[in-house]
Write a protein that binds this ligand. Sequence first.
Ligand code: SF4
Length: 492
Amino acid sequence: MREALDDHPNCNCGIIGVVAEDGNIVPELFYGLRVLQHRGQESAGIAVFEEQINCKKAMGLVPEVFSSEELSELSGQVGIGHVRYSTEGASALENAQPIVASSIAGDIALAHNGEVVNADELRRELQRKRWAFLTSTDSEVIVRVLANEIIKTRDVNQALKEFTGRLIGSYSLVLLVGERLFAIRDPLAIRPLSYGRKDGMHIVASESVVFDTLGARFIRDLRPGEILELTPHGVKSTRLPHPNNSAHCMFEWVYFSRPDSVLDGRLVYDVRVKIGEEIAREHPVAADMVVPVPDSGRAHAFGFAQALGLPLMEGLIKNRYIERTFIIPDQEERDIGVHLKLNAIRSLLQGKRVVLIDDSIVRGTTMSKIVKLVREAGAKEIHVRIGCPPIRAPCYLGIDMKTRDQFAANGRTVEQIRDSLGADSLEYLTIEGLVRAISMSEEDLCLGCLTAVYPVQVPGERLRPQRRLDLFMERVDSEAETKASQEVRRQL
Ligand code: SF4
């Protein structure tokens, strides 16, 4: 049996799109993808337009895929990029992105972050119309649905509006249609997508931290259901019909996004510190020190320690040179595995009452090893506090948590999980505490993996009721569209 050293779930992808008045935007795509590497480590790709769309992609980390020689073969003033983690066995080059397809409006290149729930149905529908598919991804389904819509409408803008109406699920997209660059966020804004700019350059990226690195200014998040066309001279915004409520993925704040990113108006670091404060309020404990599980529990632990006036100690040290996807090759080497990744400082922990903080527990396999490590280092008591409420249900919207069986909390009480971890106490943040920490209405968050109630219709699962007025009508939408366009023009 093979086992990963990190049982955090994986996010599918990170995306970026750049257009400039002049010069070559390939360096921006490359460095942007390096910043987004935490969102996908299996493949990377760049597509640029220069007379035609040129695309290079391969399996591996961004610097492995793009040597300076490879980069020098690409150039253009407009392009998109993608880093990917595959959720199924399809960790193969043909599924790497951007995906390029032909259309009557010219070639299309697409980079997608998210997951389309009705992809199989759309695939079958297109196959009946004799469309051929080269990959097993929902992203190829998206691009072919778009190409099909362009044939029907003969108008790219109209096709973009129509084809998004066919998709159910989460999708943040960057698209080249010939030399035109579009960015689209699904009507529930489940996955992040933000817009920034710097001298004559317009950029969209999965996370705002990309703008910091590229010396660009973060302007704003794309709105739910927004289609942004980025040109060398500015941006043009239109809105799709969208529900009044969003469904931002809570896990972006809890774990996926970088702490220095701002998502939908909330700095991820601040939210994590507040999560720590909320757990301290809900589940205080008498202890000598707070120890974060590095690096995922660090900000949560800071908030917890600050709220209770406890010392925050780095009792666990992480080996920075063990990659997140490292697989322990052999069962007998498992104990070596956890020591390869983490080591405990015995002189700090010996005889102490320790609060161990992490962002979440998915399978619980890593946490039980960490508890054992801290116990072996001589801790007298180990109290585990977790920043995310128990994960009990699969994610169908872009995160690699597919089966109920894999969850530590599946069919078990907190006391049973505590027992399996070997901790003296275990407490999770409540959903109410999490919502308070994100400081957004519960109705605007996706909490599907916690509640088994989803913001989109998933076969066999419960659909979240729409509590307020269901849809903006077209009239209201065009008002919003005008306002959005005016606002963007003001910002330029
Ligand atoms: S089900 Fe969970 S992980 Fe998936 S989008 Fe919703 S909150 Fe995020």
